[in-house]
Design a protein around this ligand. Structure first.
Ligand SMILES: Nc1ncnc2c1[nH]c(=O)n2[C@H]1C[C@H](O)[C@@H](COP(=O)(O)OP(=O)(O)OP(=O)(O)O)O1
Length: 212
């Protein structure tokens, strides 16, 4: 029986992939704000991230996203944000949901995470984000995944690896599921200085033959 934290909803079987932090209860919240976060992943070998140039999370590398505007669906917001922040369009599909609670804020963040495996347009820096490709390191990508494809001349190995030390602390826990194309959910509660104090992440069970 998986002990899924409050705030998370999911369909289908789910296995825990990471959990930890303090013994305290999950932080209470009064409202939930809807956000998106989108990742373009090519050949299962490289991922487009953006360096946040201002506002919340400034200085951290992340996918592209932001608030869902009134009247928008998360999918519409994800497409809009990717275009605004990186100048490209992509056939985004929801690949996970993350729920974050900060002890200094009354609202929780519900983040619909989207993935695409191709894109069109020219990647362009915006006022908010500086886009850059990173290679997906071996330990974040289950190489036995039958979906993993061969890199045909797109030399991802020459790229810098994903800069986990300059990303949100939760990313390392759910990204392996995302790169393994397993639907994921998770919650993390944050204390002072954006330090993660309690977390739980789950993913759809790995296909037979996967290493995780
Ligand atoms: N903890 C954590 N891990 C991974 N990703 C995130 C977090 N917290 C977050 O907020 N995020 C993501 C969710 C969003 O993609 C961005 C935050 O959006 P941001 O662009 O700062 O939001 P706004 O400035 O309010 O939105 P827009 O102006 O772009 O609409 O980080």
């Amino acid at each position: 029986m998986v002990n899924i934290p409050p705030g998370i909803t999911h369909d289908g079987p789910m296995v825990e992939v990471a959990s930890g932090g303090v013994e305290h209860d999950w932080i209470k919240y009064e409202k939930v704000k809807e956000y998106t976060n989108a990742f373009v992943i090519l050949n299962d070998q490289k991922v487009l991230l953006g360096l946040k140039k201002r506002g919340f999370g400034v200085g951290l590398w992340n996918g592209f996203g932001g608030k869902v505007d009134p009247g928008e669906t998360p999918a519409q917001a994800a497409v809009r944000e990717l275009e605004e922040e990186a100048g490209i369009t992509a056939p985004l599909r929801q690949c996970g949901t993350l729920f974050f609670v900060e002890n200094t804020m009354d609202a929780a963040f519900n983040i619909s995470v989207f993935c695409a495996y191709e894109y069109s347009g020219t990647i362009t820096e915006s006022d908010e984000m500086r886009p850059e490709w990173f290679s997906i390191p071996e330990d974040l990508l289950p190489r036995t995944n039958p979906l993993t494809t061969v890199d045909h001349g797109d030399n991802a190995a020459a790229l810098p690896p994903i800069p986990l030390s300059k990303m949100w602390a939760d990313d390392e826990f759910w990204m392996p599921a995302m790169f393994g194309r397993r639907h994921f959910v998770g919650r993390a509660d944050f204390g002072v200085d954006n330090k993660m104090i309690k977390w739980w992440f789950g993913a759809a069970p790995a296909a037979t033959g996967d290493s995780v």
